[in-house]
Design a protein around this ligand. Structure first.
Ligand SMILES: Nc1ncnc2c1ncn2[C@@H]1O[C@H](COP(=O)(O)OP(=O)(O)OP(=O)(O)O)[C@@H](O)[C@H]1O
Length: 260
């Protein structure tokens, strides 16, 4: 059985006057521990599909199963998010932000705090548990957001452009940290990005979407020699540039097909 299975998913947004077809016949499956990316032009349905995987709303047609169960029937904490903004509560300390989900799950306070300390260590932020989000840089806050996400031990992480608001150097460092941490914790992840390089450097497989309506245009397996490296190392490998160019050309041909 696949870990996550998406079968014949269509989605159309309806309003009083219009129907906007956002996704058409999406089929894919992900194994446990895999890291995949959704890449594609604006409006191709990446965020819509991520929201459907999260169980935020049902697709117009088709099914999404996580470990064989419909995602809509799962409890919210089995799915973790990292978004462009960190959404840490500004009035709570970093430690309180990280333990919040555990509190909701009624975990023991002492054990929750030690989980938070271990996670902060793992994301390179030891000793910040008593600080407030405003005292941390953007990159540090995203690390704290990763620790908060991992605290409740979600089955799958949905990453919606989590690095896009960061400066370039911080983004590269965060890519390495997220990749290493998710591997160490054996997590399955889906990344939505506009960045070809990021998708190659971080993923096992890339789904390139086309728009109007959103659909899977092509699937690229990232070669093994890149997957064994950290994202930063992968960016400097010759296989990276050749895959980058292949995907770049595909994206260009998609754009030409819209403007032709
Ligand atoms: N709530 C909504 N109501 C109506 N139409 C919507 C809604 N959300 C998205 N759409 C439309 O559905 C299509 C897919 O949008 P979606 O945001 O999923 O694409 P995307 O690939 O994530 O775009 P971007 O990369 O710009 O974030 C677009 O045509 C968009 O205008």
């Amino acid at each position: 059985m696949n870990f996550l299975t998406i079968n014949h998913v269509d989605h159309t947004y309806f309003s009083k006057q219009t129907a906007t077809p956002a996704l058409q016949n999406i089929n894919l499956s992900i194994e446990k521990g895999e890291f995949i990316s959704f890449l594609g032009p604006s409006g191709c349905g990446k965020t819509t599909l991520l929201s459907i995987i999260a169980g935020l709303f049902p697709p117009t047609a088709g099914t999404v199963l996580l470990e064989g169960q419909p995602v809509l029937s799962r409890d919210e904490l089995s799915i973790g998010y990292m978004l462009q903004q960190d959404y840490l509560f500004p009035w709570k300390t970093i430690g309180q932000n990280i333990t919040l989900g555990l509190k909701l799950l009624k975990h023991d306070k002492e054990a929750s705090l030690s989980t938070a300390m271990k996670l902060l260590q793992d994301v390179g932020l030891p000793g910040v548990e008593h600080q407030y989000p405003r005292e941390l840089s953007g990159g540090m806050r995203q690390r704290a957001a990763l620790a908060r996400t991992l605290a409740v031990d979600p089955k799958i992480l949905l990453l919606d452009e989590p690095f896009s608001a960061l400066d370039y150097q911080t983004k590269l460092k965060l890519e390495d940290l997220v990749s290493e941490t998710l591997k160490a914790y054996g997590k399955t992840a889906v990344l939505v990005t506009h960045d070809i390089g990021e998708s190659i450097a971080m993923s096992d497989r890339i789904y390139l979407f086309a728009a109007h309506p959103g659909r899977i245009h092509k699937v690229f397996e990232v070669p093994n020699e890149l997957r064994l490296l950290t994202p930063f190392q992968a960016r400097n490998h010759p296989s990276y540039s050749s895959l980058f160019q292949t995907i770049w050309k595909e994206l260009e041909s998609l754009e030409h097909s819209y403007t032709a």
